[in-house]
Design a protein around this ligand. Structure first.
Ligand SMILES: [Zn+2]
Length: 171
């Protein structure tokens, strides 16, 4: 799995709690059967334990990215994870030892960490207050504000236009 694919998976995980059409929070991992499909599609085995760890990691990461929890909230999720050196002609590589069932969750945490390091500030919540999704801005200007220009971007533009014309009419 490439780093890009890991980043996409992290973003998809963070975006498993969107609001539905009527503004109600949903959770794509709440229903075991649907969650199993999601887990398997993202390299997991689909077990109940794996889902539990994944949901914990997601909830903690969402809070950290939204700034409502300190990064130390992630520490307990890495308990028992160790790494060992692997020597090869290319040199020494550190390989992680992750307790069974926690691979997907730990991978999400590690990917978040490398995004922090290589793309600081680019993973953020959508600027639409009525949206619970996140975005990873890979563009050069790094000015994207919406999870999707087509959905949230247009919605916010329409609202601003309405507010402007409404204000103008009131004068
Ligand atoms: Zn959005």
């Amino acid at each position: 799995m490439s780093e890009r694919e890991r980043q996409d998976t992290l973003l998809e995980l963070l975006n498993t709690t969107p609001l539905d059409g009527s503004g109600r929070p949903t959770d794509l991992l709440a229903e075991p059967q649907a969650a199993k499909v999601w887990q398997r599609a993202h390299g997991g085995t689909g077990t109940a334990a794996e889902r539990r760890h994944l949901v914990q990691a997601r909830d903690a990461l969402q809070a950290v990215v939204r700034g409502t929890a300190p990064v130390t909230a992630l520490s307990p999720l890495l308990d028992g994870v160790t790494s060992h050196p692997k020597v090869s002609p290319e040199g020494i590589a550190w390989e992680m030892d992750v307790p069974r069932g926690r691979e997907l969750a730990v991978r999400a945490l590690v990917t978040w960490s490398s995004v922090q390091e290589t793309m600081p500030g680019r993973l953020r919540p959508c600027a639409n207050p009525e949206c619970r999704r996140f975005l990873l801005d890979r563009s050069k200007p790094n000015k994207a504000r919406w999870c999707s220009m087509a959905v949230c971007g247009n919605r916010m533009k329409v609202r601003r236009h309405y507010e402007r014309s409404h204000d103008a009419g009131a004068v």
